[in-house]
Design a protein around this ligand. Structure first.
Ligand code: PHB
Length: 255
């Protein structure tokens, strides 16, 4: 693959173009992409043009481009997340029928929580989670679960900081975080009242594969006054066990 004067390959440059999009920046001109991805304007224009031709980017009437449906189709179809999401969905719906707020499924990705599904009631309360959005491990209930059961090296890397203060109640002291993770392992769930925003509370449980390895976190986001909702903990734990049974029965993760 041909390298640019700065030494990055064509694929790396294409990835930089694609990474310049996020949920707050869904549509951009080629010049904006050039600036944000730190590519020469001519290179950015050429890559954008080729990506539009192949359908991976789509151009709107104003000439700006956005991620194409074709790219979504290809990535979703081949994704490891899809099988887990499809398998978990009926059990998530059961949790949602009881809690009637937000129910979500997340996995660990590059030292962060990546949300792969979310169900929300029409009048549900605040929730910063977005599908395909990320949150810090130490600041969310899902992240605390994924971190508590993660390999020790990852735990130590996160504990060594920095632990960003997302809200005034986020745990930013490594010693407190260490004991919180021990509590999560002991109780089998994480509660994160106000850790992300003062008005809401996350509760999450681990989802294991057939061999017992934690592969995901199943969580609910509730209004703050429901932070101690024990029924939510029970329905989450029951749903997580059923997901594990379904994984073991289909063996889909080992395919
Ligand atoms: C959480 O998982 O702890 C969480 C996520 C999103 C929110 C609040 C809490 O908005």
């Amino acid at each position: 693959m041909a390298n640019s004067p700065t030494g990055d390959s064509m694929v790396q440059r294409v990835v930089r173009v694609l990474e310049s999009f996020d949920s707050g920046r869904v549509s951009q001109t080629a010049s904006e992409i050039a600036r944000r991805s730190q590519l020469p304007t001519s290179t950015a224009h050429r890559i954008v043009g080729e990506l539009v031709e192949t359908g991976l980017l789509e151009r709107d009437e104003s000439g700006a481009v956005r991620i194409g449906l074709r790219l979504w189709e290809l990535t979703t179809r081949g994704s490891r997340a899809l099988g887990l999401r499809q398998l978990a969905m009926p059990f998530m719906a059961e949790v949602q029928a009881v809690v009637r707020e937000h129910t979500q499924l997340a996995v660990l990705e590059e030292h962060e929580v990546l949300f792969i599904e979310r169900l929300s009631a029409r009048n549900a309360g605040a929730n910063v989670t977005r599908i395909a959005g990320r949150l810090p491990l130490h600041a969310s209930s899902s992240g605390l679960v994924l971190l508590a059961f993660a390999p020790p090296e990852l735990q130590e890397a996160v504990l060594s900081g920095p632990l960003r203060e997302v809200s005034q109640e986020t745990i930013t002291d490594p010693r407190r975080l260490r004991s919180k993770l021990a509590e999560v392992r002991r109780l089998g769930f994480a509660s994160a009242p106000g850790f992300i925003e003062q008005v809401s509370s996350g509760i999450a449980v681990p989802v294991r594969d057939g061999s017992g390895t934690v592969i995901a976190a199943l969580s609910v986001v509730l209004p703050r006054e429901r932070a101690g909702d024990q029924e939510a903990v029970l329905v989450l734990k029951r749903a997580a066990s059923r997901i594990t049974e379904a994984i073991a029965a289909t063996g889909f993760l080992s395919r």
